[in-house]
Design a protein around this ligand. Structure first.
Ligand code: HEM
Length: 505
């Protein structure tokens, strides 16, 4: 068979009569997709927003590039680069906006509950689990639950739990020392996760789950990142038919009923604790005393305990691990911090929150670590009621968020924003803006357990640096560039060659 027979049509300049056919074919290749995109765009009833730009691919191809960012674990970096290229408010997909300024953060999250300019949580949260404090979009249900729990998580009440947290840390250090006898370098991620689970459950429910003694967490404590990941993916593809496909895939891929089994395990633990005799005034005791005057049924209270508990495990352990990595990879910070801590405390038994609150390096290291590597890096999505955000009118129904990672790396607020420099919080001449660091968010939907989390971070990190010296020997050299981020970070291995504190020897 000759080549001319194999190829149905080939254009040749010799055959000038075929020119119109060529141009029609060539133009149709370009024009048909362009016309299709134009129609899709015209069909979209998204209102125009003056002064807000974004990538064309985002506007005309359903934010395909950010969706790929979510899928590939580069979403935090993606949002930062979008802001770098397109400004403080970016339209990254039809109907979706991201911001990175203090003013926008205040406008979106700071508006008082029940006011006409309240930005409510989007349907993304419904995809996470049943209705509870974290997922509720109804402001009145949310306010009822928040009122029930928040007094017990206030700074004044949290002080009563210092001893319990210290007890967990002490058992945890015993485990580390035991492991150090047989291994040169330890990977600390799972160990710190176990510590976080036990600290949270002890304070919240009055019962340790025994993860420290076990040396690893239970499967049912670990589901949150997976749930968030799929909720994020579903949310990104909402309205395209893809969520249905994802649901189907989930049923095929995930081990049968793993989500249901973990929910049952959590709820069983909570129901048992609701009936158990408590030996101390833990948060469950306080909440149940208050619950008598609340209209919430016991099952709803149990569901909320489960949600609050889950929200605390990964966030806390990620913050601890990232801070240890940051300190160990910045020798001058490590030297200053250990000197400060070891001057203040001879052993871990001496450590107290009262003294810790006055230590500049310890507090600056934590603030700077939460700035550089916020445990919740992406913004919580909210629906605009039709209101001004940082001087720009955002029509009702648009989805908007402040990307915490992009806010914390905004060069309008920080000199050398990608550098870990705790000094910026100590040096009185620093012009950096502390109010731009909001890892717990602000307003009525900010982290209910901010003070609890800060206590756990202060006590765990101070104890670590008082008792141990170490070198990071993990594979990933720079966590701030090479971590994957889905809804949470997927932390690299925190592998550390540990030694007990040399000064004690
Ligand atoms: C370093 C540690 C932590 C960080 C950085 C952090 C950060 C956050 C952020 C940014 C939010 C808002 C999320 C959104 O709107 O989508 C949030 C909400 C929440 N956090 Fe935390 N969190 C931490 C620790 C904890 C702990 C220890 C607990 C519980 C024991 C907890 C319980 C919650 C709950 C229940 C909410 C929902 C509050 C509401 O909607 O009213 N968090 N947290």
């Amino acid at each position: 068979m000759s080549l001319s027979m194999a190829v149905p049509y080939t254009f040749s300049l010799n055959n000038i009569n075929d020119l119109p056919t060529f141009w029609v074919s060539a133009l149709s290749v370009l024009l048909i997709p362009a016309a299709l995109l134009f129609c899709l765009q015209a069909l979209s009833n998204e209102p125009a927003i003056k002064g807000v730009s974004g990538p064309l691919i985002g506007r005309f191809l359903f934010g395909l590039d950010t969706k790929l960012g979510f899928l590939s674990g580069r979403s935090a970096y993606k949002f930062q680069s979008l802001h770098h290229n397109y400004g403080n408010m970016v339209r990254f997909a039809p109907g979706q906006l991201s911001t990175n300024t203090i003013k926008s953060l205040r406008n979106i999250y700071g508006a008082g509950l029940g006011k006409s300019n309240t930005f409510l949580k989007t349907n993304f949260y419904r995809g996470i689990s049943r209705r509870n404090l974290f997922t509720a979009t109804d402001p009145y249900y949310h306010a009822t639950v928040r009122k029930l729990f928040s007094p017990s998580l206030s700074p004044g009440c949290m002080a009563a739990h210092e001893g319990v947290i210290k007890g967990c840390i002490s058992r945890f250090h015993d485990l580390i020392k035991l492991r150090m006898q047989s291994k040169k370098a330890l990977t600390l991620n799972d160990l710190y996760y176990s510590l976080s689970v036990d600290m949270v459950s002890e304070v919240l429910l009055g019962k340790s789950l025994g993860c420290i003694e076990r040396g690893r967490p239970f499967f049912w404590t670990e589901q949150l990142p997976r749930i968030f990941y799929w909720a994020t993916i579903r949310d990104q593809f909402q309205g395209s038919g893809v969520p249905t496909l994802i649901k189907w895939m989930l049923r095929q891929i995930l081990r049968k009923g793993i989500r249901q089994r973990s929910e049952e395990a959590r709820m069983q633990l909570i129901r048992e604790q609701l009936k158990a005799t408590h030996t101390r005034q833990d948060i469950m005791v306080e909440v149940m005393e208050r619950a008598e005057s609340s209209k919430l049924p016991e099952d709803e209270i149990a569901e909320n305990f489960s949600a609050i508990m889950l929200a605390g495990f990964h966030t806390t352990s990620h913050a601890i691990c990232a801070t240890i990595w940051l300190v160990l990879s910045h020798p001058h910070v490590h030297a200053n911090l250990t000197e400060e801590l070891r001057t203040a405390f001879t052993t871990t038994d001496d450590i107290s929150l009262e003294v810790l609150a006055k230590l500049p390096w310890m507090n600056s290291v934590i603030t700077e670590a939460l700035r550089i590597y916020p445990p919740v890096p992406l913004g919580g999505p909210r629906t605009s009621p039709g209101a001004y955000v940082d001087g720009i009118y955002v029509p009702a129904g648009m989805e908007i968020c402040t990307s915490l990672y992009a806010l914390h790396h905004n060069s309008e607020y920080f000199n050398e924003p990608s550098q870990f420099r705790p000094e910026r919080w100590i040096n009185p001449a620093s012009t950096d803006k502390k109010e731009a660091v909001q890892p717990f968010l602000i307003g009525s939907r900010s982290c209910i357990a901010k003070y609890f989390a800060q206590q756990m971070l202060l006590l765990s990190l101070a104890s670590f640096f008082v008792e141990f010296d170490g070198n990071y020997v993990g594979r990933v050299k720079d966590w701030t560039r090479d971590s994957r981020c889905y809804a949470f970070w997927e932390l690299p291995d925190l592998k550390v060659a540990l030694r007990e504190r040399t000064a004690l020897a």
